[in-house]
Design a binder for this molecule. Structure first.
Ligand code: 13P
Length: 354
């Protein structure tokens, strides 16, 4: 397997010094659901304003090393006319782009999906790189249910992830490889552990077969948790231990970083879990950080309410959560931080339009 110095450098830069990734790559339909749930109208301009609010938050560059956009956002400009991708890179936040075409029903496997988007991918990667993207994301999803996921579903998605990954590397983009075992359902933590282990093993088998450079990628997995509908509260320590156990068994140490998705966990719990994983004793050959969507954004979106006057409050909420998650990526988070601002007073006067 070749090592690719440029790619490895980018991968490591995204997660250096306790930094993580802001996943702001919700499709138009997904972000529309999140906006309308808070009575905010979803238009190209309100979506642009929301992403600009996040990307321009004062002080965030200490905690956020990369931001993932989707196709609409990477073509948009700030209110001041600066391309959002440039706004990010000028601040030292590495721009990323979601390149999969979403999940589609998998033929022959009722209730399961396969992520599509390989057709024409090489050309789209070229375009995105020209626009300034330095890394990409592709998400595969797996459901836990009686008899699911099937071997066919695991194989099809692992194979597509590997083909995507080598195409990215060929085009000079760092692939974020995201196999997500969903929290949907009432399954126990042990079932999530078993399924996630099988999925990760299949993904790395395919990456090896396809000739991907493990040094030039990041893995974005789920943590090992019980399903949303599981009857018992699972202690943070159990989630942390099971998560590290699975990663140790199935993720080669050549991978520079593992950036967890939040998957519908409450924002504070996602911080606590990441912190507990990093605080565990034992070998951790990769950097363990975050690539959260909802867990990083929920509080900010709640504070914003689509109102210009609320931008500073929303940015404070986003900054605070990113500060906590960055501490957690270093095993240095404590519950006291929830009550603290984490915002230097001199920064609070800055605005989004500069
Ligand atoms: P969540 O953290 O909300 O799961 O989103 C991360 C992501 O990018 C899912 O693809």
């Amino acid at each position: 397997m070749p090592t690719m110095p440029g790619l490895g450098e980018t991968a490591r830069a995204i997660i250096a010094d306790g930094m993580g990734i802001l996943a702001a790559d919700e499709t138009v339909s997904t972000i529309t659901k999140r906006l309308t749930a808070r009575a905010i109208e979803s238009t190209a301009d309100s979506r642009r304003a929301y992403r600009e609010l996040l990307f321009s938050t004062p002080g965030i560059t200490e905690f956020i090393g990369g931001a993932i956009m989707q196709d609409e956002t990477i073509h948009q400009h700030s209110a001041a006319g600066i391309p959002l991708v440039k706004l990010l890179s000028d601040r030292g936040i590495i721009p990323g782009i979601k390149v999969d075409a979403g999940v589609h029903p998998l033929a022959g496997a009722p209730g399961e999906s396969v992520t599509e988007g390989l057709d024409g991918l090489r050309e789209r990667l070229k375009e995105y790189r020209e626009l300034g993207a330095r890394f990409a994301k592709w998400r595969a999803v797996f459901v836990i249910r009686a008899g699911l996921p099937t071997a066919a579903c695991i194989h099809a998605n692992a194979h597509a992830l590997a083909r995507y990954a080598v195409l990215c590397q060929e085009q000079g983009l760092v692939p974020i490889v995201e196999p997500e075992v969903l929290m949907e359902g009432a399954h126990a933590l042990e079932q999530c552990e078993d399924v996630t282990g099988r999925v990760l093993q299949a993904v790395f088998n395919e990456l090896f077969a396809a000739g991907a450079s493990l040094e030039g990628m990041l893995l974005k997995p789920n943590m090992i948790t019980a399903g949303h509908g599981f009857a018992r509260h699972v202690p943070v320590a159990e989630v942390a231990e099971a998560t590290l156990r699975v990663l140790t068994r199935h993720v080669p140490p050549a991978v520079p970083g593992i950036v967890f998705l939040s998957g519908g966990q409450d924002a504070v719990l996602a911080t606590e879990h990441l912190n507990a994983i990093n605080a565990l004793e034992g070998p951790k050959p990769w950097t363990l950080s975050f690539s959260y969507g909802r867990a990083l954004q929920d509080e900010a979106l709640e504070a914003w309410r689509g109102q210009g006057a609320q931008v500073p409050a929303a940015q404070r909420a986003f900054h605070h959560r990113a500060w906590c998650d960055s501490a957690a990526a270093q095993g240095a988070y404590s519950a006291d931080m929830e009550g603290e601002a984490g915002f230097a007073p001199s920064e609070s006067t800055l605005h989004t339009h500069h």
